[in-house]
Design a binder for this molecule. Structure first.
Ligand code: UTP
Length: 289
């Protein structure tokens, strides 16, 4: 079955990037000149999906404003002859059919995904975590959707992480089935040392069958007192089975300060307007470190 809908979860409190996230959604943190969530919407569109639901919450209306038209700004840009900027601004507002839904209590990622039940309407959904930006020519979500169409099972986007990081993320039990594809038979969220299955973790992307919603409705609070998507996917993996796709692309975790800085430095070095100057600046800076 073709995947035609995507859900971007962007309602979380962002406590790891406080104080900025007190008044600004972490999903709106810039990578040079674009907010993180624009890269994510762009990835969805490049994956061939046009219907997007963004899960937001109180204090996150700048996300909606960003993907809306901005008449005053547009008139100003047109009148000052700035056609290129005008077109880029209008393009953002017509990128996709974006719907919004507020998660009223931040009970966890699993609870955020559950809000998408009506939007999914019995169809599979691609899920993108709103603070995980993946950069690459081959969009990560497209790679996962192709695997969903091939295997007809839930797909987890996975990558290996250093052992010392595993207690902060999830760990999945994997067996290779094809190049970059693994059978996933079990998983655990935030394992204590010794509880991990492997160094592979689900990072920022998955494609889920409609049965996930029934499972989520019955999923109790797990690690950190939150309704964990990993706990629901574990039921999926141990009943229907899941496939892990080690996706291509560089992932930046915008939900932590180091990840945010790495995204900015690396993307600034490649930026068409400032890349050359920025490289010189970094080279000089390195000489003085
Ligand atoms: P995170 O667990 O990284 O977000 O969820 P968080 O809860 O904001 O993080 P910290 O620990 O407080 O810093 C991954 C994505 O899921 C969203 C977040 O906004 C983030 O983009 N999320 C998380 C929700 O939409 N709702 C939630 O209840 C939790």
């Amino acid at each position: 079955m073709k995947v035609t809908k995507a859900v971007i979860t962007a309602a979380g409190l962002g406590t790891r990037v406080l104080p900025i996230s007190k008044s600004m959604p972490k999903e709106m943190l810039p990578i040079v000149d674009k907010p993180a969530i624009q890269y994510i919407v762009d990835e969805v569109i490049r994956s061939g999906i046009k219907d997007i639901l963004i899960i937001t919450s109180r204090g996150k209306t700048t996300i909606e404003d960003h993907f809306d038209r901005s008449p005053d700004l547009e008139v100003n840009l047109l009148q000052s002859g700035n056609k290129e900027k005008y077109e880029s601004i209008v393009k953002v507002a017509s990128m996709a059919n974006i719907h919004y839904l507020r998660q009223k209590e931040m009970l966890g990622l699993g609870h955020a995904v559950l809000q998408a039940k009506t939007f999914a309407a019995g169809q599979p959904i691609a899920v993108l975590y709103g603070d995980d930006v993946v950069v690459g020519d081959n969009p990560a979500t497209g790679q996962l959707c192709a695997a969903y169409e091939k295997y007809g099972k839930g797909i987890a986007g996975i990558k290996p992480v250093p052992t010392e990081m595993l207690t902060k993320v999830s760990s999945v039990k994997v067996e290779p089935i094809a190049a970059s594809h693994y059978s996933v038979t079990d998983m655990i969220e935030k394992p204590a040392a010794g509880q991990e299955f492997s160094n592979y973790s689900i990072l920022g992307r998955c494609v889920l069958p409609p049965s996930i919603f029934e499972i989520l409705e019955k999923t109790p609070k797990g690690a950190g007192g939150e309704i964990q998507l990993t706990d629901a996917m574990r039921i999926l993996a141990t009943t229907e089975g899941m496939v892990g796709v080690e996706y291509e692309g560089v992932r930046y975790d915008m939900g932590n300060k180091l990840g945010y800085m790495k995204a900015n430095v690396e993307m600034a070095l490649q930026h068409p307007e400032i890349g050359v100057e920025f490289k010189k600046y970094i080279e000089n800076l390195m000489g003085s470190l």
